[in-house]
Ligand binder design. Structure first.
Ligand code: ZN
Length: 268
């Protein structure tokens, strides 16, 4: 599932459309991505508008169109944003397609866990729900106090599970949560109430550090992260801990419904 940096990467794929008018919109009316805002609304409201700017926040993205129209969404499990040539013919999973004279903007999502919505703001400002989103780990408002208070309210939650909570850790997903626990290092099943102060500080700092690093590595050009990260070793059985002087077999198991990977030697 795309996390903070992957979502940033996909947002940028539509940037060639900024400043262009999109004359026509094609949709698959029954696609589940339209479960909140019906498909005909996009056809009617976005045709003839200009893409003005784009933004991301955690796992969500937002495209600003002329006349105070905001196309927002998330990618679910398998969603992708890309641009194609102006004569592009939409394919089976291209559920929302904006056709312009110079380029075509495509939202493709085979499994349709993604979602799109459309907001109108006459003032020209961001929709209120967007402004009210919790601070991103990249934001200076993502403070130690914010994280400590949240941990204090959920002492029984495993730290890995807490890190996946979008109310305080927007954009952190499965691989990032595993990476943070591995870097500390701490057993991902450790209950939050059992963390001492230095571990809680480290969780906050590592969340910020990894978010910035992921944006640099994946958010720009989707380069492969360095082999010194857990990232390259966690995806299939048989990986080894990349920590210097460790190299133990990694373990993969379910933790509260999410596949979790950790090093049983380092993370105790
Ligand atoms: Zn290890």
């Amino acid at each position: 599932m795309p996390e903070l940096a992957e979502v940033e990467f996909f947002r940028k794929q539509w940037d060639p459309g900024i400043g262009h008018v999109f004359d026509r919109v094609s949709v698959h009316p029954k696609a589940r991505i339209f479960r909140e805002t019906p498909a005909p609304t996009f056809k009617k409201q976005l045709a003839g508008e200009t893409l003005e700017a784009s933004h991301t926040h955690g796992k969500k993205w937002m495209f600003q169109f002329s006349n105070g129209k905001w196309l927002a969404g998330h990618l679910g499990m398998t969603g992708k944003l890309f641009t194609a040539s102006s004569d592009y013919k939409p394919e089976k999973h291209d559920h929302l397609v904006l056709h312009g004279k110079a380029t075509t903007l495509v939202f493709c999502d085979p499994r349709m866990f993604g979602k799109v919505t459309l907001d109108f703001e006459e003032s020209g400002g961001f929709p209120k729900w967007w402004v009210d989103l919790p601070p991103s780990p990249l934001d200076s408002r993502f403070t130690k106090t914010l994280v400590f208070d949240f941990m204090a309210r959920h002492p029984k939650s495993p730290i890995k599970t807490l890190l996946l909570d979008q109310r305080v850790f927007p954009g952190i997903g499965n691989w990032m949560a595993d990476e943070i626990c591995w870097r500390l290092p701490i057993d991902p099943a450790t209950r939050t109430g059992e963390l001492d102060e230095s571990e809680r500080v480290a969780i906050w700092k590592l969340t910020r550090q990894l978010s910035k690093q992921a944006m640099g590595v994946i958010g720009d050009e989707w380069k492969k992260p360095p082999n010194s990260w857990l990232f390259n070793h966690r995806w299939k059985d048989g990986g080894n801990c990349p920590r210097k002087d460790c190299g133990s077999d990694l373990t993969r198991a379910d933790l509260r419904g999410r596949t979790t990977c950790w090093c049983p030697n380092c993370q105790v």
